[in-house]
Design a protein around this ligand. Structure first.
Ligand SMILES: NC(=O)NCCC[C@H](N)C(=O)O
Length: 411
């Protein structure tokens, strides 16, 4: 049986992708909470939706099927008859101060149609939406001016991160920050109950029930047996080693992982904010991850004897990539042409976060015009999308897309 999830490269022709249209959750940001919710500004909803629709249409015009997280989530809950069970879990993970508030929110949300309930959970629940009175001390003493019972999830349109396709399976991720931790619960239910995926042989290589963190922006599928995973602000070295154990033991097809260490900071939160694959032998790179000699700490994990993992340390990333991909030359294309001002500016707005929809064909933000011209100078087909509001969330085309099916590369 062919798995409904099938991704064996970063660049094979994209057939199906998971998106999330930004909704009211991005309007439920305020200056007080946006930093904690991992935003640097507040998007203008009609415009961010227009830009996102343009992104989706661009993919569709290029033959890609676009499916939506919010729709699949509601369909999964109905198909599995698990609306209440899901809601219980979501409430448990939402940091509610009391069981009476839990009960009140449960009643409020369960009374909605499933799609409305899903959209509402994503958007967040304001304190003025339900008539809630309680004499419990925790309620009486909780902050009166905090406007939400349930926080919004404005980062959901970055579908790349809460889960990541990998061969005929995926990782469903334990996210680093509380602001994003509930997001991966949607994917857990989609994989378990949506008729498109349930009982169809999709391997969950790593579930969200882990202490160690991993996010999809760090997970790159270089080919059908080599992965690159960032050791970053969002993905720990320990979780990479745990994943390696599973992938190597379960005959996943993957037998080599390059763990690439990148700086731990907001601008470079995931590997794909500084490094993406464009073609068999071409990558974008932000020079900020290289030292003066162009080196990057890279650890190669491979299966050893008796389930041990052999780890070798290299710093010559370019040579390592050339060797594992078996190409005669390998080109690292610097974002912003490596200029001291343009590179950090365009990287901040996701100039290196390209989404390959076929070998040598990428979707990028139009605002990164220097990087886009550099890519074109290498003969790469660059398809630009509008990006004034989308970029405020600090993610680009790769972050906003979770490939579900890609064509295998020709050998
Ligand atoms: N893969 C990515 O780099 N995703 C972008 C995530 C941006 C989001 N505001 C976050 O901080 O998690």
């Amino acid at each position: 049986m062919t798995s409904p999830v099938h991704v064996t490269s970063e660049i094979g022709t994209l057939k199906t992708v998971l998106l999330k249209r930004p909704g009211k959750e991005v309007e439920n940001l305020t200056p007080d909470i946006m930093g904690r919710l991992l935003f640097d500004d507040i998007p203008y909803l009609p415009e961010i939706q227009r830009e996102h629709d343009f992104f989706a249409k661009t993919l569709q015009d290029n033959g890609v099927e676009t499916i939506y997280l919010e729709t699949l989530a509601a369909e999964a809950l109905d198909a599995g008859n698990v609306k209440e069970e899901f809601l219980e879990k979501m409430l448990d993970e939402s940091g509610l101060v009391s069981s009476t508030l839990h009960a009140a929110l449960k009643e409020y949300l369960l009374s909605m149609e499933t799609q409305d309930m899903v959209d509402k959970i994503m958007a967040g629940v304001r304190t003025n939406e339900i008539d809630y009175k309680s004499n419990a001390l925790v309620d009486l003493s909780s902050s009166e001016d905090y406007p939400f019972f349930m926080d919004p999830m404005p980062n959901l349109y970055f579908t790349r991160d809460p889960a990541a396709s990998m061969g005929d399976g995926l990782t469903i991720n334990r996210m680093t920050f509380a602001a994003r931790r509930r997001e991966s619960l949607f994917m857990e239910y989609i994989m378990e109950f949506h008729p498109r995926f349930a009982n169809k042989g999709v391997n969950v290589w790593r579930s969200r029930n882990h202490l160690d963190r991993m996010e999809g922006g760090d997970e790159l599928i270089l080919n059908d047996h080599v992965l690159a995973i960032g050791i970053s602000q969002r993905t720990s070295a320990r979780s990479i080693e745990e994943l390696a154990q599973v992938l190597f033991a379960k005959h996943s097809g993957f037998d080599k992982i390059l763990a690439i260490k990148i700086p731990n900071n907001r601008a470079m939160m995931h590997l794909d904010t500084v490094f993406t694959m464009i073609d068999y032998d071409k990558f974008t790179i932000h020079p900020g991850i290289q030292d003066n000699g162009g080196n990057v700490d890279t650890f190669i994990l491979e299966p050893g004897k008796d389930n041990h993992i052999n780890i070798s340390h290299r710093t010559d990333l370019q040579n390592v990539l050339r060797e594992v991909l078996k190409v005669p030359e390998l080109i690292l294309i610097p974002v912003g042409n490596g200029d001291a001002v343009v590179a950090p500016r365009e990287q901040w707005n996701d100039g290196s976060n390209t989404l390959a929809i076929a070998p040598n064909t990428v979707v990028t933000y139009n605002r990164n015009y220097v990087s886009n011209e550099v890519l074109r100078s290498y003969g790469i087909k660059v398809i630009e999308v509008i990006s004034a509001e989308l970029s405020r969330g600090r993610g680009g085309p790769r972050c906003m897309s979770m490939p579900i099916v890609r064509e295998d590369l020709k050998k």
